[in-house]
Design a protein around this ligand. Sequence first.
Ligand code: SF4
Length: 293
Amino acid sequence: MEDLVNLLSKFIRLVAIRLPDDVYNALKELSSKENSCWGKEVYSIMFDNIKLALEKNVPVCQDTGVLMFFVDAGADFPYLNVLPDAIHAATIRATEEAPLRPNVVEPFTEKNTGNNVGTRLPWIEWNILPNTSYSNITLYLAGGGTSLTGQAKVLPPASGFKGVIEFVLEVISSYGLNACPPFLVGVGLGTTVETAAILSKRALLRPIGSRNPDPNAASLEKILYDKINGLEIGPQGLGGSTTALAVHVEYSARHPATLAVGVSTGCWAHRRGTMRLKSDLSYELPSYEGVEL
Ligand code: SF4
């Protein structure tokens, strides 16, 4: 248990301090395409920020968010019984050691718990991998500004993809500024608000540069990407040609009478990382090449 908590707390710290490779590379690419002088200046500040966080070993943004874990749990992974307790203990330890800002407030008392653990937090989403002895643990730090953008709505199916596109653009143009652009946009399609919402969040976990394997979903990603960049919100909302790091669409089959749409954003400091934890507690960090805990 102690080894597991130690490993998880170091992983949490890594995610808070260092952007994953794909996000860093996408920011580099966007910064080379930005035309506005304010936009270029914002990128320059962002890269200074990223460099300083690494040099000083401190979180890349002061808002270290609320911790959300997405666990692809191998059915034969030997630590499943203790994993939730280990995640809680590691969160408390990382809050002291990283440090993480205490962000967890109980809604009816308005009391901050002080250690980033509270009712149902850290949030843990489970997915079972049959006949597998390892687990993939993905951590997403849900910051306040970027979470403020999130919305979901159930449309009548007659709205079609035109209605989906209009809803996404309405959300992004009204609230996207909160999410410190350039941001990653996750869109979920399903039957109900909660399935569309969770799919939109899962869309943020895909590596930037990946496309949905369904050609129609991939085409929707491209249409939305072009339209969102056409809004010219620009880096930190100061105007410019680059607003979206990417648009990812995830979907489920739906009820014939509904077309639910969820929208989530991941800000420029999109802190999500994956650790593959094996049965002997050795690990791989596919989001961070050449990095060890
Ligand atoms: S939106 Fe992201 S970068 Fe901006 S303050 Fe929140 S966590 Fe930090």
